[in-house]
Design a protein around this ligand. Sequence first.
Ligand code: ZN
Ligand code: ZN
Length: 410
Amino acid sequence: MHVVHPPELSDAAGDDDELPEVLRTYQTWKGSNVFFLGGRFIFGPDVGSVVLSVFLIVVPVAVFCAFVARKLIDDFSHHLGVLILVVVIVWTFYVIILLLMTSGRDPGIIPRNSHPPQPETTDRGIEVESGLTLTPQLRLPRVKEVMVNGMTVKVKYCDTCMLYRPPRCSHCSICDNCVERFDHHCPWVGQCIGRRNYRFFFMFVSSATLLCIYVFSFCWVYAIRIMHSENTSIWRALIKTPASIVLIIYTFLSVWFVGGLTIFHLYLISTNQTTYENFRYRYDRIENPYNRGIFGNFKEVFWTSIPPSKNNFRALVHREPKPLTRITGGSSVNSNIEKIPSDVEIGSVKPIWKNIARDDGSNDGGPQRSSLGRSGSWDLQSEVASITGIGFSDRVNRGGSSGSLEVPIK
Ligand SMILES: [Zn+2]
Ligand SMILES: [Zn+2]
């Protein structure tokens, strides 16, 4: 079962009755994503940048084909000239497909909860600094600590998604979703880079680097052949092919960007870090609990199966009836909580963790397995189990930020 909400809060206030009773999940989606073809493709809100990226790839390649590769066909015997043209076209298609596989698919979004999780029994010694008053009896800790490979990792509560983020998960402020193994939000592909598309992102960036080197190299080959055939200097030869000059400059500048990214991500993959972790935690100073050794780290990125999406964007869902009672504010409510007043219902605070796990699993038809940790795998269900107190310590970070979604004990 997937819990649904009206698409917009304003709709909930006024036009509720005009909406159909049965919708698809993507039509009720609360993140900022843009969907195409009835929810078959999901992009970030900056999907327009994908068009720009395709343009930045296709136009130079078209110039290369028209003004360089076509001329080289006659210069090489045994169809080698034709091969130069065919390779660049096929490789460009490959790069574009990798770009779309990175951009148009679920990067690893964790479905939002419809209610805040049920706090554990109050006699477990849970303490919090501040919170939103929901009922006078219960509290939710803002940060919990779980063990990963014998090391303590803090998992934070997400106010927007109303869940404890699994380790390595982060909330993308652009897409407004919690994303597993969040790397970064890439404005060039218009999508979060996360657990389900990191491999394609790396393949896209590295393939684009090779495309730059290929075009750069054959522009020089063409200029050198002009130099030899006309017995002139390389500079005079280059002037005879202005398209080559433009492409050499363009690919030279581009390769610093995509090549630099490729090398940076090779470093991140070899040390099993995400871009987010690299900027935030600096694992050169503290030990990285996810590091499995260089071969294990490469294997994790390239030779493990990509888990199925936790979201079925095309699933039919019934429109949720209007909640009768809503909390509209609190003494220490932050902006995230203020944005979602209709999600917090009085009287809905009850044990729901196991239901959540079951609901999420049923959306994609199976458990979500990852390969975190040497000692075993981590999935949302085990995450939920751990947070509900099975097998993990659960201490409270007293330094949590303000505006937590908590239910203080009075
Ligand atoms: Zn979130
Ligand atoms: Zn994003």
